[in-house]
Design a protein around this ligand. Structure first.
Ligand SMILES: [Zn+2]
Ligand SMILES: [Zn+2]
Length: 208
C-alpha cells in the first residue's frame, strides 16, 4: 500500500495467502518448466518498497475474442470493451495463431469463440518488457501482437511467459524480448528510464 518508492511511503505489503509456491509454465516447443513463485512475488513487492518500479507503465489490458457472422461468414473479432461485443460495427478483425507459429491458425468457427474469450494482452514497453529473467517483469501475458497489427499470438496454452528469478542490470530486452529473435521481440526493451532494476534500489528515505 503506497509506493513504489522508498520505505517511508509504503505503509504495508499484503500478500495473498493462497499464493502458490511454484508455477508451471508451458514454454514454446511444448516443454514445461516449474518456477519458484511465492518467494518471487514477495521479493517483487519488497523491491517496490525500495524504489524499484516496473519495466514500463501499465499498458496491458484485457481484450475479448469472439466469433461473429459477418456477410454470411464467421469471422474472429477482438473487442477492448465487453459492452461493445453485441453492438453492430464494433470490434477489430484478428487472425489468431497458436503460440508464435504463423503457419497455424485458429479457425473462427471453433466453439471456443462462441462466447467472449478474455485474454490479457501484453504490450511493447509495458511491464512485460526488458530482461526476461527479472523478477520485476510481469509474466502473465496471454497474447501479443504478431507480425502485423491484426495478428495475435495466443500464449494461453503454449509459449507462456518465463518467470524471472533475478534482478536486471540493464533495460535491454533478453530472451522472449530479445531484438532480432526469430518470431520477433515480444515486448521490446524497457520503457525510457525504466529497467536496470539493480541500479534503482534505494532504501534511504532521505534521497527521495
Ligand atoms: Zn509490481
Ligand atoms: Zn528489472
Amino acid at each position: 500500500m503506497g509506493g513504489p518508492g522508498t520505505p517511508k511511503i509504503v505503509s504495508r505489503v499484503l500478500i495473498n495467502r493462497d499464493m502458490k509456491d511454484t508455477i508451471k509454465q508451458t514454454l514454446c516447443g511444448g516443454a514445461t518448466k516449474t518456477y519458484p513463485f511465492y518467494e518471487v512475488i514477495v521479493a517483487h513487492e519488497l523491491f517496490h518498497c525500495c524504489n524499484v518500479w516496473h519495466h514500463g507503465p501499465s499498458l496491458d489490458q484485457v481484450v475479448y475474442w469472439k466469433s461473429k457472422i459477418v456477410g454470411g461468414k464467421k469471422e474472429l473479432l477482438e473487442y477492448d470493451n465487453p459492452a461493445d461485443i453485441d453492438a453492430p460495427y464494433r470490434g477489430n478483425r484478428v487472425t489468431i495463431h497458436p503460440g508464435e507459429d504463423d503457419t497455424l491458425i485458429y479457425a473462427p468457427d471453433l466453439a471456443l469463440w462462441d462466447k467472449p474469450f478474455p485474454v490479457l494482452m501484453g504490450n511493447s514497453w509495458g511491464p512485460h518488457s526488458g530482461d526476461e529473467n527479472c523478477i520485476m517483469r510481469y509474466s502473465n501475458s496471454e497474447t501479443r501482437t504478431g507480425s502485423a497489427p491484426n495478428i495475435r499470438y495466443c500464449l494461453v496454452w503454449e509459449c507462456q511467459e518465463p518467470v524471472g528469478q533475478g534482478l536486471c542490470t540493464s533495460p535491454t530486452g533478453t530472451g522472449v524480448n530479445e531484438e532480432g529473435r526469430k518470431t520477433g521481440s515480444r515486448y521490446g526493451n524497457c520503457a525510457s528510464g525504466q529497467g536496470d532494476c539493480t541500479d534503482h534500489i534505494c532504501v534511504n528515505d532521505l534521497y527521495h
